[in-house]
Design a protein around this ligand. Structure first.
Ligand code: KIV
Ligand code: ZN
Length: 544
């Protein structure tokens, strides 16, 4: 994809591929589709929908996105190997504008220690992979992985070969987040010299945040001539993550006076996109995160508050409404609203729900409306993304009931739960724990027959006020040494260590916690089951 405007930067979103590789994240197909539709509303140019050969689930998600999401180019990742490329081509067959993104490392560290082959193999692999991809689609992206730790001459030679074979975008990853901005820009300039064809294709940047420089390096890249930035919502991705798309968009928007670059982003969709991804991945956004953190537009000191009251420009460089923040706080429904009003309000928010989905959302809405005076756009959004979690059977551990007794004396709190387990039906468990939440989680372990380790637990209020919905995020680990993984969960044999994250939204914090915990356990269980299959085991090791 090229753009006629030389100052237009192509936004390549990799939330569903690199972002999904973050520890503990395992999105199901309907969640990935929902995120892809929202990315299209945000106005990204390219959605990297997944790594089709890595698992049957990833293949199906890429295929579904390719079939359903219109507007952006849909990309699928493939190692520079024939089976990967064929699988990516198959997953993308029905896309309006398919792209195969193939990669191979050019750094000697990776060549010697990871791939255990030679520079000659990299050259041959690149030529064959790009030619194969071009035989399937017109739009081919090539990435020399770990480029910033590679020899610039050799990387340039490989890039030129990829261009000769028909690559239309060349992406230069700072895979381990090691480069500094000046160094990265210098490297890109070196590539322009070493690969003369680079000026005729789109140069792309892909920066990891290990040293907190992902956005700074991406900026240095576009200043050196790149016109595609690869980034992810909320900056999620391998290890410390990728460049955050919201920061990239608002940086180019806010400083267009200096940079003179534009994107096709609809900035007012930023906040909603961030919340959706946070909720579905279980990755909480830090309060002081640029652009989308809870405090990004709040002023604490008296001097700042005073200034903003007089004139916002005194201490604000962006309008919160421009990133969609005020919009989401509007009241949209009242206690007596009916199903048609809910459907209409959800459509305004960009969600299409019918049949069973709408019935479930309406039941939950009524439950919330009975306990909350005002149901805001943010409540509705939380509710709908919660209902979206129609997981596959493995992940669908459903809470039937939870009760907690907290004695007034020094006895520990006692929890009792009933859980619906696929293929087993309802199981119950109880436990007296150190605190109410601990007791609930251990009662679930007892009911389901597992010994999960709790890694993270966060409670957030969806909106302000005492009647706010609780949004709980949990990360658990299954299969840790000494932690039993019961055959109670279908398909799960144990052996590996995997994490799973989950979120739950409910007016009651205890229920929200139990729902989040069950989802996290379900996700971890699904990952364990996938890791148990031979194909996935092979692919997990090779995932970039
Ligand atoms: O970080 C990386 O090198 C990648 C490549 C697959 C582009 O994610
Ligand atoms: Zn990456």
């Amino acid at each position: 994809m090229t753009t006629p405007d030389p100052n237009r930067v192509i936004l390549f979103d990799t939330t569903l591929r690199d972002g999904e590789q973050s520890p503990g994240i395992a999105l199901n197909k309907s969640e990935k589709l929902e995120i892809a539709h929202q990315l299209a509303r945000l106005g990204v140019d390219v959605i990297e929908a997944g790594f089709p050969i890595s698992s049957p689930g990833d293949f199906e998600a890429v295929q579904a996105i390719a079939r359903e999401v219109r507007g952006p180019v849909i990309a699928g990742l493939a190692r520079a190997q024939a089976p990967d490329i064929a699988r990516a081509g198959e997953a993308l067959r029905d896309a309006e504008r398919p792209r195969i993104h193939t990669f191979i490392s050019t750094s000697d560290i990776h060549i010697e220690h990871q791939m255990r082959n030679t520079r000659a193999d990299v050259i041959e692999g690149t030529k064959a992979a790009v030619a194969h991809a071009r035989s399937l689609v017109d739009d081919v992206e090539f990435s020399p992985m770990d480029a910033t730790r590679a020899d610039v001459e050799f990387t340039g030679q490989v890039i030129q070969l990829a261009i000769d074979e028909g690559a239309t975008t060349i992406n230069v990853p700072d895979t381990v987040g090691y480069a500094t901005p000046d160094e990265y820009a210098e490297f890109l300039r070196g590539l322009y010299d070493a690969a003369p064809g680079l000026k005729d294709v789109v140069l792309s940047v892909h920066c990891h945040n290990d040293l907190g420089l992902a956005v700074a390096n991406s900026l240095a890249g576009v200043q050196a001539g790149a016109r595609q930035i690869e980034c992810a919502v909320n900056g999620i991705g391998e290890r410390a993550g990728n460049a955050a798309i919201e920061e990239i968009i608002m940086l180019l928007e806010t400083r267009k006076d200096r940079l003179g670059l534009t994107t096709g982003a609809v900035t007012t969709e930023i906040a909603r996109t961030s919340r959706l991804v946070s909720r579905l991945t279980g990755y909480v956004v830090q309060p002081n995160k640029a652009i989308i953190g809870r405090n990004a537009f709040s002023h604490e000191s008296g001097i700042h508050q005073d200034g903003v009251l007089k004139d916002r420009s005194t201490f604000e460089i962006m309008d919160p409404a421009a990133v969609g923040i005020e919009d989401a706080n509007q009241l949209v429904l009242g206690k007596h609203s009916g199903r048609a009003a809910l459907k209409d309000a959800l459509e305004k928010l960009g969600y299409r729900l019918d049949g069973q989905g709408l019935r479930q959302a309406f039941d939950k809405f009524k439950e919330i409306a009975d306990r909350k005076k005002q149901v805001s756009a943010m409540d509705l959004e939380a509710l709908v993304t919660d209902e979206l979690r129609v997981d596959d059977p493995l992940a669908a551990l459903r809470l039937v009931n939870v009760s907690v007794e907290v004695p007034a004396d020094s006895r520990p709190p006692h929890a009792a739960v009933v859980v619906d387990v696929p293929e087993r039906g309802e199981v119950s468990g109880s436990f007296s724990g150190d605190g109410a939440i601990d007791a609930v989680f251990r009662a679930i372990d007892a009911a389901v027959g597992i010994d999960a380790r709790l890694r993270e637990y966060h409670v957030d209020a969806v909106t302000e006020g005492q009647d706010a919905l609780a949004n709980v995020s949990v990360v658990v680990e299954l299969g840790a040494p000494g932690a039993a993984v019961s055959s109670a969960l279908p398909g799960v044999t144990g052996g590996d260590r995997v994490t799973g994250s989950g979120q739950g939204v409910d007016p009651d914090t205890i229920r929200a916690s139990a729902i989040a915990y069950l989802r996290a356990v379900g996700v971890a269980a699904r990952r364990l089951a996938v890791a148990g299959s031979a194909l996935a085991e092979d692919e997990v090791q090779a995932t970039p």
